[in-house]
Write a new protein. Structure first.
Length: 167
């Protein structure tokens, strides 16, 4: 179990770091695009597609980390009406449901990437498969993070947040 927890936490840290880096780069790319359009009167043709790709990566990696750190949207006001046992059962069900969703993301992300691998993004000259890689990666991470939650659920421990400060 400690190996799973350490691996999961480390992958979560890497995913969040990559998402933050993508956010920084997308900000620079969009800034360059605006500068090119309004100052140079020559919009870089690659900027819009790079910004779109980076947004896909940062959103999907961030979503996976949110699943691990329980930072996703919830309807917690409904939980106040439930008993402790019902809350635990519902939490358990939600982890399994999220795991199934992660499996679907991973499976279909890979399938889509394989289907479009021979198609090129015209403005970048790279495979269209790079658009679907983050869907598969995020799905795999969500599956791992749900397994971690379910294992912690059974052992009675808590998942340590991605960047929790150790004392």
């Amino acid at each position: 179990m400690p190996t799973l927890l350490n691996l999961s936490r480390r992958l979560s840290q890497i995913a969040l770091t990559l998402a933050v880096l993508a956010l920084i780069v997308v900000t620079a790319v969009v800034g360059w695009q605006v500068f090119g359009r309004y100052v140079l009167n020559d919009t870089p043709v690659w900027a819009e597609r790079v910004a779109l790709l980076l947004m896909i990566y940062l959103c999907l990696l961030g979503a996976a980390v949110a699943v691990r750190d329980a930072g996703h949207l919830g309807m917690e006001f409904m939980l106040t009406k439930l008993t402790d046992l019902a809350k635990r059962r519902l939490a358990y069900f939600i982890h399994w449901l999220t795991l199934a969703f992660g499996v679907a993301m991973c499976w279909y992300g890979i399938e889509l990437a394989v289907i479009v691998r021979t198609h090129a993004i015209p403005t970048l000259g790279i495979s269209e498969a790079w658009t679907y890689v983050p869907l598969a990666v995020s799905g795999c991470l969500i599956v791992l993070f749900c397994v971690e939650h379910i294992a912690c659920f059974h052992s009675g421990t808590d998942v340590v947040p991605t960047f929790a400060v150790h004392e």
